[in-house]
Write a protein that binds this ligand. Structure first.
Ligand SMILES: CC(C)(COP(=O)(O)OP(=O)(O)OC[C@H]1O[C@@H](n2cnc3c(N)ncnc32)[C@H](O)[C@@H]1OP(=O)(O)O)[C@@H](O)C(=O)NCCC(=O)NCCS
Length: 256
């Protein structure tokens, strides 16, 4: 497995790397937040897949890769217009996107999720976490460690629910998260998510600066390898650039 992160500031104004279908989706997005998130997710995912497939990063190579969706919203990859046997999972948060790519031909569903370490209310924990998860969070004093624990559990739930391709249609208490604290030299620590039905989703988590990254799959695999050329989450600042211009200016709007 491989992973890559990019910040929205790394996506240039030239959009030749998008396919016509992706361009049409982009043109239909009227809110800057949606547009920036879509572009950052596509930039990151298409670069990651193109690199893993050895296609290079020229705009034409990136445009040969398309991330499409099942009805569930789960992504699948088309290469040169044909479904490709390569699994991806994508997430974005606060101006940054991440993509996890599985080995070509492996056919194993994946989930990745990016979150910030930020306050989560006790009501949030009570509503969305299992009894065991609530206890694990509530025994920590309010502050940084508690915020990290709550966001980590939330993120791992989202990663596992992406593996199941249901996302937040599911009850988040259907899955229970256990996080390991032993940190490897490469920054990854183990986690495990167990579904109410007994199925298990092993994975990994890491903290880079104010970001938390979790991933899960159906099988235990070594942590993913970071692809070259991405942005550094460890130094990344959360960005909410859309706040200054929430609506995408209409193409025929003229400067007054
Ligand atoms: C999966 C889900 C939890 C991710 O939400 P999020 O935290 O806001 O977004 P993230 O940035 O972490 O992830 C977004 C990516 O998740 C992936 N995704 C969406 N639905 C997915 C699903 N059912 N299974 C797996 N992955 C999914 C997509 O790749 C998406 O990016 P893309 O649309 O650019 O390809 C959420 O989209 C969801 O619950 N979807 C199912 C329910 C639904 O469709 N609701 C309608 C919108 S409210």
């Amino acid at each position: 497995m491989w992973w890559l992160a990019h910040g929205e500031h790394e996506v240039g104004p030239d959009l030749e790397w998008l396919t016509p279908r992706e361009r049409a989706v982009l043109d239909g997005l009227k809110y800057t937040k949606r547009r920036v998130e879509f572009l950052t997710r596509r930039w990151t995912a298409k670069r990651a897949v193109a690199m893993v497939l050895g296609r290079g990063l020229a705009p034409a190579a990136m445009a040969s890769v398309e991330i499409r969706h099942h009805l569930s919203g789960a992504p699948w990859v088309a290469v040169d217009g044909q479904a490709a046997a390569i699994d991806v999972s994508i997430s974005d948060r606060a101006g940054w996107a991440v993509c996890l790519v599985g080995p070509p031909g492996a056919n194993g569903a994946l989930g990745i999720d990016l979150e910030l370490v930020e306050p989560r209310s006790d009501a949030f924990v009570g509503d969305f976490f299992t009894a065991g998860e609530c206890t694990a969070v509530r025994h920590l004093a309010a502050g940084e460690a508690r915020d990290e624990a709550a966001n980590l559990i939330w993120s791992a739930k989202e990663a596992a629910l992406k593996v199941l391709k249901v996302g937040l249609r599911a009850d988040t208490r259907d899955v229970e998260v256990e996080v390991g604290r032993l940190r490897r030299d490469d920054g990854w620590s183990a986690l495990s998510v167990t579904h109410r039905d007994g199925s298990a989703f092993p994975g990994w988590w890491r903290r880079d600066g104010v970001f938390l990254l979790t991933l899960a799959g159906r099988r235990l695999s070594p942590p993913p390898v970071l692809l070259d050329g991405g942005g550094q989450l460890a130094d990344a600042m959360p960005v909410h650039s859309w706040l200054t211009q929430p609506l995408v200016p209409s193409p025929d709007a003229t400067e007054g």
